[in-house]
Design a protein around this ligand. Structure first.
Ligand code: SF4
Ligand code: SF4
Length: 323
């Protein structure tokens, strides 16, 4: 089995009884926007936040999900035949498959295995550290030549701390640069043991006002800012990422307060302004869930440039879109 097959490995659908294994929903090779150089990005399942604009809604739950892409369905009805709990939804005449009843679904994977059209997918595989090392070793020459490495993202990778710690140690053990993209909404006791194995943290600052942060993400920002300042005190390199969402966090006051925070923390190596995009809409549809900002347009180029200027005043390296 080669490494790409691992993400389609039926055996990896079952939660293992041994540690450490990580629930991973994607592994992207040759990424260039998440930590410098050429990298492999490992996307882990589960997130303590539920941001209205999330572009990876498949990452949020701490368990596997099932997706259905109607456009890919060839209406062979194999999934209807194999589902043990009648969770495949069909239209009134029971002719066309239209979706999946996730309240009934037990995530057995039978429909996924039977769907040759690729219309059904189980999101999330249990991978071992050895699986990941085998994946990244193939490209390690590119990482080393380009100053890249491996980035753990999600979801919230620190939510699977045993696996993340073992994976970080393994990557550093083979000489690779490590980055972790984290929302920082995690107990310090859980975060701290990971930090000595991380070369770079990528962290969002989504809103400086805690009430607003709660309304937009489901959690206040106190723990996040507390961790951010503790990390600054240890001088651990950080890139700040600002998802720019029109009308929600792009006020002058919020941009200025975020820039002030960046200025006060000398460990911040750069800022990436990430304009809102609409990627989450179709993904939510595939997961059978509602997308809260379906009518929101991405910010104008002028607005994005205006936001970036707040940060160019306080740090040298500011990108738009992480590029
Ligand atoms: S098995 Fe796949 S292609 Fe066939 S009806 Fe089900 S979802 Fe559609
Ligand atoms: S994963 Fe299993 S239970 Fe869920 S819809 Fe598919 S066949 Fe049915």
């Amino acid at each position: 089995m080669n490494w790409t097959d691992k993400l389609y490995d039926f055996n990896a659908l079952q939660e293992p009884e041994w540690e450490p294994r990580g629930l991973v929903f994607d592994v992207q090779r040759f990424a260039i926007h998440d930590g410098g150089g050429i990298r492999t990005n490992v996307f882990m399942k589960g997130c303590p936040l539920d941001c209205l604009w999330c572009q990876n809604p498949e990452s949020i739950r701490w368990r596997q999900d099932i997706s259905f892409i109607e456009l890919h369905c060839i209406q062979c009805r194999k999934c209807v035949e194999v589902c043990p709990v009648s969770a495949i939804e069909t239209d009134g005449n029971e002719q066309r498959v239209t979706g999946i009843d996730r309240k009934k679904c037990i995530l057995c994977g039978a429909c996924f295995k039977s769907c040759y059209a690729g219309a059904i997918n189980i999101i999330g595989r249990w991978l071992s550290v050895e699986d990941l090392v085998a994946m990244v070793r193939r490209d390690s020459d590119f990482y080393i030549a380009s100053g890249g490495g491996v980035t753990f993202s999600g979801g919230e990778p620190t939510g699977q701390p045993k696996f993340l710690l073992a994976a970080l140690q393994a990557m550093q053990g083979i000489g690779l640069h490590t980055a972790v993209e984290t929302c920082l909404h995690i107990a310090w006791e859980q975060l701290e043991p990971l930090l000595s194995h991380v070369n770079l943290l990528l962290t969002d600052i989504k809103h400086m006002n805690s009430q607003q942060h709660s309304a937009l993400t489901g959690v206040p920002n106190d723990l996040i800012l507390d961790n951010f300042r503790k990390i600054a005190a240890r001088n651990i390199p950080v890139r700040v990422r600002l998802p720019l969402i029109s009308g929600l966090n792009d006020s002058t006051q919020n941009l200025q307060e975020t820039a002030d925070l960046v200025f006060s923390c000398k460990n911040v190596k750069g800022v990436d302004v990430l304009p809102y995009n609409r990627l989450g809409i179709s993904k939510c549809r595939q997961l059978g869930s509602e997308y809260a900002l379906a009518d929101l347009a991405p910010p104008s180029r002028e607005k994005v440039e205006e936001a970036a200027r707040f940060f160019r005043d306080v740090v040298d390296d500011v990108t738009i879109g992480g590029a």
